[in-house]
Design a protein around this ligand. Structure first.
Ligand SMILES: Cc1ncc(COP(=O)(O)O)c(C=O)c1O
Length: 401
C-alpha cells in the first residue's frame, strides 16, 4: 500500500516511488512468490545457492566465542579490523592506505549512504552511470542530492567520457563509478580512468569546489581471465573507495564493508571526522562486533573463482550456440543477454513460465536485455539450458506465425 501523504514526508513519498519497481520485484514478483522452490532456476540476484564456504562458517564459529569481557561491547571503527582492511587495500591498490582512513560499515550500501551524507548539500548534483545499480538514485535523493544520469557507451560498455563531461555543471558534487560494472561486467580500462581524472580535475578547478569520485568497488575481486583491475583512486585523489565483502564471500547477509580515503586525498582528516560522526548519528552505522573480529580471517577468503569462471564460460558458450546475443563479462557475477523480444519483461515472463528467473533489463534501465547471475548453482544451470533453447524456439515460432 502507498504511504499516505499525512503519515509520511514528501521526501519519503518520492523515495518510495523510486524504489517501487525494485520493491515489487523483491516482494511481489513471480520470483518472490517462488523463492526457495527447489524446482526453479534462480539467476536473479547475487545470492548464494550453494552452502557457504566452509572456511567462512568456521571463521564465524571461531570468532563468536568471546575472548575478553568487551568482546560484544559497542563497536565503532575498531583498530584491528581497520588494520586488516588497510593492509589489504595498500597491497591491491599500491597506495599506502592508513588504518585511520578506513571507516567500517554494514556493506557498501551503508558506505554509500554515509559518503552521500558527508559531501552533499541540498540540491547538489551527483552523476551516476546507467544502467546503474538499483539504489543509487534513491540514495542520492535520500541525502538531499539531485541524481543526474549518464549512459554508458552501449557499443563498448565503457564510460562515455564526452557525455560525462557535458553532464557536469557548477552544481556537480560527485560522480559514482562502479567498476567492475554491474550489470555489464565491464572493467573500465586505465586510459578511460586517467581521462576521467583529467575531466574531474578541470571541473574542480573551474567550479572552485571539489568534484568527488565515488568508486563503488563491490566486485573488484570477482575478476575473470586473470584480468587486472585498476581502482579510480589511483588516478584521482578525491576518491572515496566504497567496498563490500558481501560479493567476494558470497555471504551478503553477514554485512561488512567500508569507505576508505586514499592517503593523498586532500582534507582526509576533516572528512574522516565527519564520516565517523555521521556513522554514529545515522543508526550506529558500524558492522557488528562478530564481523569486525572475524575480518582477520575473512579478508583473505574468496568464492571459488575458477568455479565461477567455469559457470560463466559454460553459460555464455551454450546461450550463444542456441542463438542468443551474449557478451562475455570480464568480471562480476553477471551476464547480460540481449532479449529476443524488444519487450524484455515479456520475454522474462516466458522464461518464468519455464521455471527460469532472472532480472529484466527494464528494471535497471537496460531495456531489451536480461541479466543472469552466475551465483545460480550448477544444477540450476543444467536444468535451465534446455529451457533457454525452448524459449528461443517459442520466440522464433511466434515471429513466423
Ligand atoms: C554495484 C553494487 N554496489 C553496491 C551493492 C551493495 O552491496 P552490499 O549489499 O554488499 O552492500 C551491490 C549489490 O548488489 C552492487 O551490485
Amino acid at each position: 500500500m502507498k504511504p499516505s501523504a499525512s503519515a509520511t514526508s514528501a521526501k519519503t513519498k518520492r523515495l518510495y516511488e523510486l524504489v517501487t519497481p525494485l520493491r515489487q520485484f523483491f516482494f511481489e514478483s513471480p520470483w518472490a512468490k517462488r523463492f526457495g522452490d527447489p524446482d526453479i532456476c534462480d539467476f536473479t540476484i547475487g545470492n548464494p545457492h550453494d552452502l557457504p564456504m566452509t572456511a567462512f562458517t568456521e571463521a564465524m564459529r571461531h570468532w563468536t566465542l568471546p575472548q575478553d569481557k568487551y568482546w560484544y561491547s559497542y563497536k565503532m571503527n575498531e583498530d584491528k579490523a581497520r588494520n586488516v582492511a588497510a593492509t589489504s587495500l595498500a597491497a591491491s591498490h599500491g597506495l599506502p592506505f592508513r588504518p585511520r582512513d578506513i571507516f567500517l560499515t554494514n556493506g557498501s550500501i551503508a558506505a554509500l549512504a554515509v559518503v552521500f551524507d558527508t559531501i552533499l548539500n541540498s540540491g547538489d548534483e551527483v552523476i551516476f552511470i546507467s544502467p546503474p545499480w538499483f539504489m543509487y538514485e534513491a540514495m542520492i535523493v535520500s541525502a538531499g542530492g539531485t541524481p543526474v544520469k549518464v549512459r554508458i557507451d552501449e557499443n563498448s560498455f565503457d564510460l562515455d567520457l564526452r557525455a560525462i563531461a557535458s553532464a557536469i555543471t557548477p552544481r556537480t558534487r560527485a560522480l559514482i563509478v562502479n567498476s567492475p560494472h554491474n550489470p555489464t561486467g565491464k572493467i573500465y580500462p586505465p586510459p578511460t580512468l586517467r581521462e576521467l581524472a583529467k575531466i574531474l580535475e578541470s571541473a574542480t578547478a573551474q567550479n572552485g569546489r571539489t568534484v568527488y569520485l565515488i568508486s563503488d568497488e563491490a566486485y573488484r575481486r570477482i575478476v575473470f581471465d586473470q584480468r587486472q583491475y585498476l581502482s579510480p583512486a589511483t588516478c584521482y585523489p578525491h576518491t572515496f573507495v566504497v567496498y563490500t565483502y558481501g560479493k567476494v564471500l558470497l555471504a551478503p547477509g553477514q554485512r561488512i564493508g567500508y569507505v576508505a580515503l586514499p592517503p593523498h586525498m586532500p582534507a582526509a582528516d576533516q572528512i574522516g571526522d565527519a564520516i565517523q560522526a555521521l556513522q554514529m548519528i545515522k543508526g550506529w552505522s558500524f558492522p557488528n562486533a562478530l564481523m569486525q573480529h572475524a575480518l582477520t580471517d575473512l579478508e583473505q577468503m574468496s568464492v571459488d573463482m575458477e568455479h565461477l569462471q567455469r559457470k560463466r564460460d559454460r553459460l555464455v558458450a551454450a546461450l550463444r550456440q542456441q542463438g542468443y546475443a551474449v557478451r562475455t563479462p570480464e568480471a562480476t557475477f553477471y551476464i547480460i543477454v540481449r532479449s529476443p523480444w524488444e519487450d524484455d519483461t515479456q520475454f522474462v515472463e516466458l522464461l518464468n513460465s519455464l521455471d527460469i528467473f532472472c532480472i529484466p533489463g527494464s528494471l535497471m534501465d537496460f531495456s531489451a536485455h536480461f541479466r543472469l547471475s552466475l551465483t545460480a548453482s550448477d544444477a540450476m544451470i543444467d536444468r535451465a539450458l534446455p529451457k533457454f533453447a525452448q524459449a528461443l524456439k517459442k520466440f522464433a515460432g511466434d515471429k513466423h506465425s
